[in-house]
Design a protein around this ligand. Structure first.
Ligand code: 3PG
Length: 403
C-alpha cells in the first residue's frame, strides 16, 4: 500500500535516501557494518538507474548539537567500499554547502550528508527543518525501517514534503515481518526473552494474541515461575509483576496460546565468567543460587516444539548469553532453529539488538529466514504499534495529491 522503487524512474532526479547508518562504532572504527551492507542495494539501484543520490542518516544521540565523534564522515568511506563507488561527504545536512554539493552531482553520483541529529529540528520533527531537508531533493526514499519508530524530520516530516517511496530494505523488512506475524503459516511460535516483563508487557500482550505457542525465556521467565509460587532463589525477577504475570498466563489460556516456561535451569552462586555452575530442575533451585540460563531439558523441550511449528518469531536470549557458560541454551536453540530453517521446515524471523548479537554468537545469523536490522523499531512492531515512518509513507502521497 505504499510506493516502491518498482514504479520509479529516477534518472536525473535528486533522490533523498533516508538510511539508518547508526552502526556500532568503537574509537572511530566501525565494528559491525551490517546496516551499511543492507541499505547498499537501494543506493546502488538508484545510482545505476541514473539518480543523483543524497543519503541521509542519524548517528547516535548528539541531542541537537554537532559532536565530532558522532560525525558520519567515517561512514562515507565504508559505504563507498561496500558500493565499490566513491561516496562524497559534506559536513552538513541542510543549508548552502549542501546546495552547492547537490548542484554539482551528476547522474549516478552519491553524496552522504552529515548526521541529522546535529540539529534540534530533527528529533522535534520541526516542519521547517523537514522543509530544509526536502529543498535539496525531488524525491524521498525511506529505507530506514530501524528508525521508523521515530517521528523525526528525516523519517516522518520530510515524507510530507516530497513524493515518497519505500526502499528495498524497507520493503524486505516489512514483507518478512508481516509473513511472520500478520499472515504466518501456522502453527506459529514466538521465543520472547529478556530480563524484565515490565519492559515487554505490550509486546507479550500483542504476541500472545497472534501465536499458537509462546516460549518465555531469560530472566523474565523467573518472574512467571515465582508468580506460580516456585522458589527461584536469588534469581533476577520482578516481585511487583507477579499479578501481571498471572494475568498474562490467564489471557493466553483464553486466547488459545500455549505458554512454555523453562523446566530446568543452569544455576550459579555468582554471575561471572567461568563461575561454577550446575543444572537443576525448576522447583529445586537452592535459596542462595540464581538461574542464569535454561537447562538441557528446556533446550530439548523447545527444540522438539520448534520441529512442530511452521513459523517462529524470535526476540530475546534464553539466558545470560554474553557470559560463558551461560550461553549454551541460547546457542543450542538457535542452532536447532537454524537447522529446521535450512531444511525448509521453519520460517524464522528474528530481531532486536540483543537477539542479533546472540544469533551471531551462535553462528547462525546467516541461516535464519530473516534477521531484522532493527532494535527498537522491531520491538515496537512486535507490540503492534504503528510506526510513524511507515504510516507517513502510506498516507503522505495522498495528502500531496499524488495518488
Ligand atoms: C537504532 O539503532 O535502533 C536506530 O538507529 C534508532 O536509534 P535511536 O534509538 O537512537 O533512535
Amino acid at each position: 500500500v505504499f510506493r516502491t522503487l518498482n514504479g520509479l524512474d529516477p534518472r536525473g532526479e535528486r533522490v533523498l535516501v533516508r538510511a539508518d547508518l547508526n552502526v556500532p562504532m568503537h574509537d572511530g572504527v566501525i565494528t559491525d557494518a551490517t546496516r551499511i551492507e543492507r541499505v547498499a542495494p537501494t543506493i546502488r539501484e538508484l545510482a545505476e538507474k541514473g539518480a543523483r543520490v543524497i543519503v541521509l542518516s542519524h548517528f547516535d544521540r548528539p541531542k541537537g548539537r554537532a559532536v565530532l565523534s558522532m560525525s558520519l564522515r567515517p561512514i562515507a568511506e565504508r559505504l563507498g567500499d561496500v558500493l565499490g563507488k566513491s561516496v562524497a561527504f559534506v559536513p552538513e545536512c541542510v543549508g548552502p554547502t549542501v546546495k552547492v554539493a547537490v548542484a554539482s552531482l551528476g547522474d549516478g553520483d552519491i553524496l552522504l550528508l552529515e548526521n541529522t541529529r546535529f540539529h534540534a529540528g530533527e528529533e522535534a520533527n520541526d516542519p521547517e527543518f523537514a522543509q530544509a531537508l526536502a529543498e535539496n531533493a525531488d524525491i524521498y526514499v525511506n529505507d530506514a525501517f530501524s528508525a521508523a519508530h521515530r517521528a523525526h524530520a528525516s523519517t516522518e516530516g520530510v515524507a510530507r514534503k516530497l513524493p515518497s517511496y519505500a526502499g528495498r530494505l524497507m520493503e524486505a523488512e516489512l514483507g518478512a515481518l508481516s509473513a511472520a506475524l500478520e499472515n504466518p503459516e501456522r502453527p506459529v511460535g514466538a521465543i520472547i526473552g529478556g530480563s524484565k516483563i515490565s519492559t515487554k508487557l505490550d509486546l507479550i500482550g500483542n504476541v500472545l494474541a497472534k501465536v499458537d505457542t509462546l516460549f518465555i525465556t531469560g530472566a523474565m521467565a523467573n518472574t512467571f515461575l515465582a508468580a506460580e509460587g516456585i522458589n527461584v532463589g536469588k534469581s533476577l525477577q520482578e516481585a511487583d509483576m507477579h499479578e501481571t504475570a498471572r494475568n498474562i498466563v490467564r489471557e493466553a489460556q483464553e486466547k488459545g496460546c500455549e505458554i512454555i516456561l523453562p523446566v530446568d535451569a543452569v544455576i550459579a552462586r555468582e554471575f561471572k565468567a567461568g563461575a561454577a555452575s550446575e543444572t537443576c530442575l525448576i522447583g529445586e533451585v537452592p535459596d542462595d543460587a540464581m538461574i542464569l540460563d535454561a537447562g538441557p531439558r528446556t533446550v530439548e523441550l523447545i527444540s522438539d516444539r520448534l520441529a512442530t511449528l511452521k513459523t517462529l518469531v524470535w526476540n530475546g536470549p534464553l539466558g545470560a548469553f554474553e557470559i560463558a557458560p551461560f550461553d549454551r541454551a541460547t546457542v543450542a536453540v538457535a542452532q536447532a532453529a537454524a537447522k529446521l530453517t535450512q531444511e525448509g521446515k521453519l520460517r524464522t524471523v528474528a530481531g532486536g539488538g540483543d537477539t542479533v548479537s546472540a544469533l551471531r554468537h551462535a553462528g547462525v545469523l546467516e541461516r535464519m529466514s530473516y534477521v531484522s536490522t532493527a532494535g527498537g523499531a522491531f520491538l515496537e512492531w512486535l507490540e503492534g504499534k504503528l510506526l510513524p515512518g511507515i504510516e507517513v509513507l502510506r498516507t503522505a502521497g495522498q495528502q500531496l495529491g499524488l495518488d
